[in-house]
Structure formats: C-alpha cells, structure tokens
Design a protein around this ligand. Structure first.
Ligand code: BG6
Length: 507
C-alpha cells in the first residue's frame, strides 16, 4: 500500500453513535494494522468535557466485542499497543460547534498541531453530525479559512455522512450550500456500502472476466435483484428513523449505488472520474414506477413491534421497502430491477442476484430433474456483500451415471479464507480520505439522481391510503414483496440459497 500522507483528522461528533460504532473502532483497527502514518493526529470535537481517557475507554468497549484477530504475518499489533498508539495521536477540543467564536479555538488548536508536527498537515474533517448542521459548520470553517487548501500543498477534505438531504429539493440545497465554501473535489460523501470489499469487486469481476461481458445485458439477463435484509431493528434511533424510513435510509443510497455498479457501462478507464461518469450516466437512466403503477411496483412495510418500541402509535414510517425499477438503456431496457430492504427480518443478508435466462421466461427449475428443460432455464450469479462474502454462480450439470439426470451445483469464490485481510468499510473510507481518492464516494450528481428516482415513490407513500404491510419480527418480510417479484417472473432467493456457507479447508 502506498504511504499515507501526514494528516490531522478532525472529528465533529466525537461521542456520537456513528463515531462510537464505526469510526473509532476503524481507527483502532488501522492503528493495529500499522497503517496510520507516523505523525497522524486525531482531534476530536466535543462539548461534553470528554477527555482522551473517555474516548479510549469507548474504543476499548467497542473493540472488546470483536472476535480476536490473529497477530503475526499481517503485522497487526496487539490490542494494548494499538490503544496506546491511538491515545498518543488523540486530543480533544471542547467547543460548541454552533458558536461562531469557538472556531477561533479550533483554528489555534490546528495551528498548534501543525507547529508540533513541524509542517502543515493535511486536514480531513469528518462530519459525524446531523446533516442539518453541515451548513453551519462548513460556513464557519470557511469564514476562518480553516478549510482552505493551504500553504505548502496542504489539502483540506470533508468526509460527510448521509443522509445528503431528505428529498431531491433539500439535497440540491445542501449541495449548493457546500459548493459556496468548497470545491466538489474537497467533498467526500460517504456511502459505506461502496467501501465494502465485495462491492469493490463488482467492477473487477465484470470487466476483468470476458466470460460474462457478452451476456451482461437484456438479451441474457432476466432480472436483477438486490436485497439488504437486516436482523436488527432501529436500535433506539427513533428520531432519525422516523424522518428517514427504509427507502431513504438504504434504497436511495446504498442499493442504488450497488445497482449502478452492476449495470453501468464499462468506464474508459478505472480512474475515479471515469467510474463516476459511467455511474452518473447509468443512474440518470433509472426509471421509477409510473404513478399509476406505484401500488403494484412498490411495497412498504413495518415490523410489528415498531410502533410500541418507538411510542409512535400511528407511525406510517416504513421499516421495509421494496420496489421494481427499470433502466432505459439499450443494454437493460425491459429487464426488471427489484430492490428490497428491511429491518427485523429473519437474518442479515446483503446480496446482488443477477438472474440469467431467456428474457420473459418464468420461474427457475431447481433440484434434480430428468433433463426436460434442464438447459437454458436460469443461472443465478450472486454477489454476496455480507455475511459470508463471496461470488457464486449456480449451474445445472448432468449427474454422473447412465441416466440423464440433472442437478444444481455452485461455482464460488469465497473470501472466508482471507477474512482477516478484509478491511472494514470504515477503515477503507478513512484511508481513501487520507489518500484523496474519491472513487468510492458518492458524487453530487449521483446523489441527485438517486433522489430523482426515490422521490416519486416517497410522494406516493405520503398518501394515507397507501398500504403499509405489517410483518412479523424475525419473518421474511411482507408477502406483498413476494408478489412483486412473482409479477416480474422471479422469486426472491431465500436462506436456502447458500453462498459460501462453511469455512474452506486450508491446505
Ligand atoms: C446505515 C443505515 O447506512 O447502514 C442503518 O443508516 C443500517 O440503518 C446500516 O443499519 C447497515 O450497514 P451495515 O454495514 O451493517 O450493513
């Protein structure tokens, strides 16, 4: 890996949920892997009198829940060493981010850190705070010139977390607001699904293997299905979730981004700009259901204990969302695209299924058969994002023997053997932020397209008469989502469709 430049990471929202769950553990793992460069500094912003010791204890709690990592060949350090290293890099500034005067304190602290380092460090600002505060914070940083790409080539970048707005209009406002103080090249909009290892493999798999190139289109693909099922509920985030719901939380962002990777044309090169251009072109052609088809082509659901859990007795917020989209390009016209996500479901699975087969045919023959229709039915290619990361293709084969009996087998590539080498998505986000590589971040145009696709669905769901399907906790989700798939001539693959289920024996 290339050497990372010397950076100060400024975390707004140091003790918030995101920082505790994702960011601080990711920093710990980077320290443990020995990836953080010497001279790397972390400045946490808090107004709760938080101390460095408090933060380290948060990290210790978060990572003590992890499975033990092997040390040794990958150079990972022991837990204690990594904690000590992190402690040495960390300082905390007590400031009120809504008070303009406090930004002078921040400017002085950053100057002090530069002086100690003996050089102007790159600045990476991580805004782990509600989007409603982005504008305030960035404007104030701008006013004090804290954000400027400064002396001796210092870079200054912003990592921001979704939601990037709550609909098309507010997203546009947010983008314009940030545009006033920053160049687009300084803004890194995080979509942590893009930083998941298997998601990164989508382009390599598609464009590095001529085997699939000729068949990756409407002539051969019957449907594209993307699922992000979660077993957890909303975990106490009532205020956030009541505003978001599943469509904004997962579909507008993560699932449409995955769809873009699966269906975009081959970029001219694999650099960030070309990849973004190809994704933007694709997303601009994704078509939501017609208003008259919304009831047939979208499903919203809510898990049965949601209202009691949140105390919102009449909440219409969806914890489950499914929809059928289409793509108006020569490659994909007419191919159903099915997306679904939900909380409190039977198990956590995020995967992409590309169903190869004759366009317009229905169902996929499975299990042993006699050969009738054994050829040309379906091949399912699964890109399993999590858990059991891997890529698998279901094939029909003839069973060995004198009779013409057919069966299903799977060819797979499973990451499990390399599991400890898989960096967590947030580790990747931080490293790319330090490197200034924007490939795995969402561009402004991508965000706007994703809202353009989602907005009509959200509008239709504002109608109080639009069905809200209540589904059992721990179930497979609302039956209506199955009907949605069947109407497209396919079925959602359930947990009987295994991908990389058992550890491989290592020779
Ligand atoms: C976040 C959503 O973006 O992704 C959460 O806000 C969701 O609601 C989470 O639980 C899922 O991420 P992962 O990495 O656990 O699949």
């Amino acid at each position: 890996m290339e050497r990372l430049s010397r950076t100060v990471l400024v975390i707004f929202g140091l003790t918030g949920d995101l920082s505790k769950r994702k960011l601080l553990p990711a920093l710990f793992h980077l320290a443990r892997r020995g990836i953080l460069p010497d001279g790397f500094r972390i400045l946490g912003i808090s107004r709760k009198g938080t101390t460095v010791a408090d933060v380290i204890s948060l990290v210790r709690d978060a990572v003590s829940r992890d499975a033990p990592e092997p040390g040794g060949p990958d150079g990972s350090r022991s837990r204690l060493e990594a904690l000590a290293r992190l402690e040495g890099m960390l300082s905390v500034l007590d400031m009120d981010i809504s008070r303009e005067g406090d930004y002078g304190l921040l400017a002085r602290e950053l100057d002090r850190i530069d002086a100690t380092a003996g050089t102007p460090l790159n600045r990476l600002f991580y805004l782990a705070i509600p989007a409603s505060l982005f504008g305030t914070v960035t404007a104030r940083l701008g006013k004090k010139d804290i954000n400027v790409r400064g002396p001796q080539g210092r870079d200054s970048r912003f990592l921001i977390e979704k939601p990037f707005g709550e609909n098309l209009e507010t997203a546009r406002e947010l983008i314009e607001r940030l545009d006033r103080d920053f160049d687009e090249s300084q803004i890194f909009r995080i979509d942590h699904y893009l930083a998941k290892e298997t998601a990164q493999n989508i382009l390599a798999f598609r464009f590095g293997n001529p085997l699939f190139r000729g068949s990756w289109n409407r002539e051969h693909v019957r449907a594209i299905m993307i699922s992000a099922n979660e077993a957890i509920g909303i975990e106490g985030r009532t205020a956030f979730y009541e505003r978001m719901g599943a469509l904004r939380d997962l579909v507008q962002s993560h699932l449409l981004q995955l769809l873009a990777l699966v269906t975009m044309r081959r970029p001219e090169s694999m650099d960030s700009e070309s990849i973004h251009r190809a994704k933007e072109e694709l997303l601009a052609r994704v078509v939501p259901p017609e208003p008259a088809r919304m009831a047939d082509e979208t499903v919203r659901g809510q898990y049965e204990t949601y209202r009691a859990e949140t105390g919102k007795g009449d909440s219409m917020t969806e914890t489950y969302a499914a929809c059928r989209l289409s793509i108006d390009t020569d490659e994909w016209r007419g191919v159903p695209v099915l997306l679904r996500t939900g909380k409190m479901l039977r198990e956590k699975v995020t995967e992409i299924n590309v169903i190869f087969g004759d366009p317009g045919a229905e169902g996929c023959a499975k299990g042993e058969g006699t050969g009738d229709g054994a050829f040309g039915e379906c091949n399912v290619l699964t890109i399993r994002i999590q858990p059991n990361e891997g890529i698998a293709v279901d094939l029909r084969i003839k069973k060995p023997g004198f009779d013409s009996l057919y069966d299903d087998v799977q060819l797979d590539y499973c990451y499990r053997a390399d599991a400890t080498a898989i960096p967590d998505a947030y580790e990747r986000v931080l490293v790319d932020g330090m490197r200034g590589d924007r490939t795995l971040f969402a561009s402004a145009n991508e965000v706007l397209s994703c809202w353009r696709i989602s907005n009509p669905i959200l509008d239709a769901w504002k109608d109080p008469l639009f069905p809200l399907h209540v589904y059992g906790n721990g179930s497979a989700g609302p039956e209506a989502a199955n009907a949605l798939a069947r109407a497209a001539g396919v079925e959602w693959l359930d947990e009987t469709h295994l991908v990389c289920p058992v550890p491989r024996a290592r020779s």
